[in-house]
Design a protein around this ligand. Sequence first.
Ligand code: GLN
Length: 529
Amino acid sequence: MLDELTRLTAHGMARALRVGDVSARDLAIAHLDVAERQNHALNAWLTIDRDAALAQAEAADATLARRRAEGGEALADLHPLHGIPIALKDLISVEGGQCTAGSRILEGYRAPYDAHITERLRAAGAVFLGKTNMDEFAMGSSNEYSAYGPVSNPWDLDTVPGGSSGGSAAAVAAHHAPVSLGTDTGGSIRQPAALCGIVGMKPTYGRVSRYGIVAFASSLDQLGPFARDSRDAAALLHAIAGRDERDSTSAPVPVPDDLIRLAESDDEAAGWLRGKRFGLPREYFVAGMDPDVERRIRESVGFLEDAGASVEPVSLPHTDYGLAAYYIVAPAEASANLARYDGVRYGQSRRLPGADFIADYLATRGEGFGAEVKRRIMLGTYALSAGYYDAFYVKAQKVRTLIKRDFDEVFATGIDALVAPTSPSVAFRFGARTSDPVSMYLSDACTLPVNMAGLPGVSIPCGLSEGLPVGLQLIGPAWSEVMLFRAARAFEGLTAAATWRNQAPRDLALADDRSGPTPTERAAALTVA
Ligand code: GLN
């Protein structure tokens, strides 16, 4: 019976909470139970904080009871996330809690304050279940670069959930939480959402404050929601969005109330598609793309057309340069952001006593950072060094402008949104890309141009390929999140009856086995094989 509660959507839970069919405490217990039971097999969580979650749930129940006594309006005014369990990627500060960013160097560090979004979620009444696993400092596309071991994809435990927000995506796909938060610098929300068969949105750069979030590449990082449907994702974006004085890049753009309306209304919105214009960027059907993934995307385009939308081929000619430019800009910013981990601040517990300060610094960073992080620091430091700055960093910034202009030009022709694959492949096996960094980097070829341009993008499930989920990406102009969610919602309506949509991740039952292999053991066995 408790497990049944985890099958609900967040909006379903919100309704049950308001009518009094269920308590926030019941919801928290149901989700904590399954998260604790399956973490051996999935490793999606780095901490599960039962006591804190139950205390928050009880507070949410007390507010519900008070509002219920006050009458209808007071109850209806509660945020849709009130009393809803949520998972947070382990780079989001929660006062007093651990915040490892998937790195050894932050082991033992405790966040001294709440992130802006943590404050916002508390105000909304959400219940924090714990912190999720991730690639170290959010660098990666498979979650295999976490210092705390890989995460298994609930669809196939021998495959990756995607990254870097792999834990947050796997937790929602496995019904450990109805919603979770991730960050997306080059694809880290959309790509794991695609590989885990859920919804994930990267909002417009500046939509959500980054205050209190461990920084990777500050001009690209954005927080965003994961959920099992677009309504829940819209509710979560509503809770976290908006201007915050403490992040000068957070924009003074109003948070649309329509995000709440989307979350709370039951109307099917498929009619909304009539007359809409979508663009299909030719360059996103990259060489090496899995043909079956391409088939699913083209099928989805057919659904949109059948519903009265037009889908026209468009060109974003600088797409090919996106990856190269991203791997200059992102490591450059990372090398600066990660300079703060010196063994004195943040990582005191990791401080290794050396002969002098420099020896200490080298030892701390040498031990504390993993190989991928070191690779990025070296690439970034090189690209920023005197003599190379103009040749690499400045040039990459120019390419970035060209990429942004490509999008601007397409949207200026009246195209409402672009339709594209999220990932060129479905979930891949552990070890398949770790020995070749460039093949790992290519996982994000279809997502990272969107970060370079600062635009919003959402990935929604659009079918299966060999039993594994495929994600459809919708990309819109700046601040068009409501429109993207409407399109996503419409697509969900069109495909509501499809068998794939109602299929649970096929290895979920296996994830209950606490005597089976852990993801680390699975990855080791596959790498040897
Ligand atoms: N995979 C990309 C990288 O490693 C993107 C990661 C992200 O979005 N955080 O940089």
